[in-house]
Design a protein around this ligand. Structure first.
Ligand code: ACO
Length: 370
């Protein structure tokens, strides 16, 4: 039977670091509040567009796998913060890595997009439609963030990562997954201003209103991720002790701890990097997986659990059998263009745009009646 091994991985973090202390200069917040409620200490703010972040991550993943872009026959790009809706993001990566005429599709299930993308690529490889796929999780939240709203501005960051999947006869890659959605609760996690509903209603693109019911999201995230983990373990007839490492979505350290408790996995076997990056939505698990490998937490034959949760409210859990490769075959010399500006300067642009819109009256009560 054909399986889909993960043979390459690469991440791209923009260099500008925005600390909690930085945020406290523009918002009524402080490091103690953010760290104690979320575990987040800093996050990255990008000076380039989403495609650039994803391209660098993709080139690093291809190099790690030791393959050329021209050998890829499927690209799945998970994101909810597209540079453009049309043409899609995946086709831009296809053109830049030289993967013509690979199939190229975007997928948006918010924070779980990379994980849903993993399922799609896994299924298409296992059914023989394609043999080698690139799955990307990338997010450029900063231009869409409402930097005047402390409830959400402290939670997110920018980043990208990608993995290469290849057909194999060995029992590697995704062994089982659970995908689901609490659609009836979708309104508790909502970013207004990013869709066609707002076109021609005086809402400037990039001016958003984040409608989050944090405590309800918290409960649903714990229920969704821990339920999906239990379901996936049961499908494979595994016990929590069989899992070598959990690499979860990182929205809040307390959510991660609650999921670990409910799944009966000690925190020593849970990978955490939320303190460095905050929540990077679709990029989160992809980057955490790269760092778990880089830090030697993933061994040959390791059994991994990847729980995810996001807008929708989508949830998921994948059990992945790692192969023999735990070090990159090659490295890529592709880098981001240099950045001259600090993170606060980068987000000042977003604030300025919103202020100008208000002054012109175009963003006055922009969401009234919508
Ligand atoms: N700094 C200081 N105070 C703040 C901040 C801030 N950045 N944000 C909110 N507060 C205040 C609130 O105004 C409130 O004040 P009040 O009591 O005077 O009204 C107080 O802190 C407590 O707010 P709560 O919402 O009760 O805080 P809570 O402990 O629930 O933590 C949080 C909020 C961190 C958002 C939490 O609910 C959470 O993590 N929720 C789920 C994660 C989430 O929503 N992530 C977004 C992405 S979704 C995803 O990826 C799955």
């Amino acid at each position: 039977m054909t399986h889909a091994a993960i043979t390459g991985w690469g991440k791209c973090l923009p260099p500008a670091v925005l600390t909690n202390q930085d945020l406290s200069t523009i918002l009524d917040t402080d490091d103690e509040w953010v760290v104690s409620r979320t575990g987040i200490r800093e996050r990255r703010i990008s000076h380039v567009g989403l495609e650039e972040l994803a391209y660098v991550a993709s080139m690093r993943a291809l190099a790690a796998a030791g393959v050329e872009g021209s050998s890829i026959d499927l690209i799945v790009f998970g994101t909810c913060s597209h540079d453009d809706q049309v043409p899609n993001m995946a086709s831009g990566i296809q053109a830049r890595i030289g993967a013509q005429p690979a199939a190229a599709l975007d997928i948006n299930t918010a924070c779980t997009s990379f994980l849903y993308g993993l399922s799609i690529a896994n299924a298409l490889i296992r059914t023989g439609v394609v043999r080698r796929a690139l799955v990307i999780g990338a997010e450029l939240i900063s231009p869409f963030m409402d930097w005047t709203d402390r409830d959400v501005a402290v939670l997110f960051g920018d980043g990208a990562a990608a993995v290469v999947l290849e057909a194999t006869d060995k029992e590697e890659g995704v062994l089982a997954e659970k995908l689901g959605c609490f659609g009836e609760s979708r309104d508790i996690l909502c970013v207004q201003g990013m869709g066609g509903r707002y076109a021609n209603h005086g809402v400037l693109y990039g001016v958003t209103r984040w409608q989050f019911e944090g405590q309800e999201i918290f409960k649903k995230a714990v229920a969704g991720m821990s339920g999906a983990c239990q379901d996936t373990l049961a499908r494979l007839n595994l016990k929590p002790d069989d899992i070598d490492l959990v690499v979860p979505h990182q929205a809040n350290l307390r959510i991660i701890e609650a999921v670990a408790r409910k799944t009966h996995v000690p925190m020593e076997r849970v990978f955490v990097n939320i303190h460095r990056y905050g929540n990077m939505s679709a990029a989160t698990v992809a980057i955490a997986l790269c760092e778990a490998i880089e830090e030697g937490r993933v061994g040959a034959g390791s059994l991994l659990m990847l729980p995810g949760f996001g807008g929708g409210l989508s949830y998921s859990a994948h059990v992945v059998r790692w192969g023999n490769r735990t070090t990159a075959l090659r490295t890529s010399d592709i880098e981001l263009p240099p950045n001259e500006r600090c993170a606060l300067e980068l987000i000042q642009d977003c604030l300025r745009r919103k202020t100008q819109a208000s002054e012109r009256g175009t963003a006055k009560q922009p969401f009234a009646g919508l």
